[in-house]
Design a protein around this ligand. Structure first.
Ligand SMILES: O=c1ccn([C@@H]2O[C@H](COP(=O)(O)O)[C@@H](O)[C@H]2O)c(=O)[nH]1
Length: 267
């Protein structure tokens, strides 16, 4: 999915919600757990219930990799089930020497049908480049993350600038706003104005609302641009909204609440 198509979906729906499919077997409703296709059945019900309120799904691969072959198969079936109107993100946080990154890119962009993958920038340009070579695919580089540990490196200053600022400035020269996004955690709201100044045009994938407590209104106020420029992810707050038979209806209700709030932030 290219940038024009993504912006079109966002404008149509007046939503920039990304639903996170962090599907943990132990947290899905008990009545589903006995089914051999429990994870896929849960994901399909969540997708059917929420697809009108969001423009993207983010599959955190850890939850699937943890289950071995079964999990990988469930991830493949899930990504194939997501409508083509929605941006399909693999939250895999990959990145390695060039020829290895090329295999990661092939795994997620060719063997699996993802539109986007999250990538760690620590190993530098040659570790990110193989992902950027794919047309109409997105590389989403970790910028300023939502976790406490962001203080350990990302928020350390050298030569008067934070490490994350250096990452944003350097990595943005490796690609364009057409193929590169950045992960910026919603819990880092005080940095959003500065980040939007550094990168006026790029999309940001913003995890950290919902279970991690980030403010949708604050980040929207500080970082929306004329193309929206935001994909805001919520995982646990949506998919685990209820533990009983009505889990999908409850998930839809929460997704609708986010989407209704988002619609108010468009001019
Ligand atoms: O800085 C980051 C980068 C990635 N994540 C991921 O996003 C979701 C958030 O889940 P919630 O349940 O909505 O808290 C999850 O997959 C994280 O691994 C992040 O939270 N922060």
């Amino acid at each position: 999915m290219n940038r024009t198509e993504l912006i079109g979906q966002i404008r149509n729906k007046r939503s920039y919600l990304c639903v996170g499919l962090d599907t943990d077997f132990d947290r899905i409703p008990k009545f589903l757990q006995s089914r051999p296709d429990a994870i896929v059945a849960f994901n399909k019900a969540i997708i059917d219930a929420t697809k009108d309120y969001c423009v993207s799904y983010k599959i955190n691969t850890a939850f699937y990799e943890a289950m071995g072959l079964k999990g990988w198969a469930a991830m493949e079936e899930t990504v194939n089930y997501i409508p083509s109107t929605h941006l399909k993100i693999a939250d895999a946080k990959r990145g390695d020497i060039g020829n290895t990154s090329a295999q990661y890119a092939k795994a997620f962009f060719e063997t699996l049908a993802f539109d986007a993958i999250t990538v760690a920038p620590y190993m530098g340009a040659d570790s990110v480049q193989p992902f950027l070579e794919y047309k109409d695919k997105w590389t989403i580089v970790l910028g300023l993350t939502s976790n406490k540990g962001a203080k350990d490196f990302e928020l350390q200053k050298t030569d008067g600038q934070y490490l994350y600022e250096k990452v944003l400035k350097t990595v943005s020269s490796w690609g364009t706003p057409e193929n590169l996004m950045f992960v910026i955690g919603a819990t880092q709201a005080e940095e959003f104005t500065n980040i939007r100044k550094i990168l006026p045009d790029h999309f940001f994938l913003v995890p950290g609302v919902g279970a991690q407590g980030g403010s949708l209104s604050e980040i929207s106020d500080k970082a929306m641009n004329s193309d929206c420029g935001l994909l805001v992810n919520a995982s646990r707050a949506i998919i685990y909204a209820a533990e009983n038979e009505s889990f999908a209806t409850e998930a839809a209700a929460i997704a609708q609440q986010y989407s209704t709030e988002m619609s108010q932030y468009f001019s």
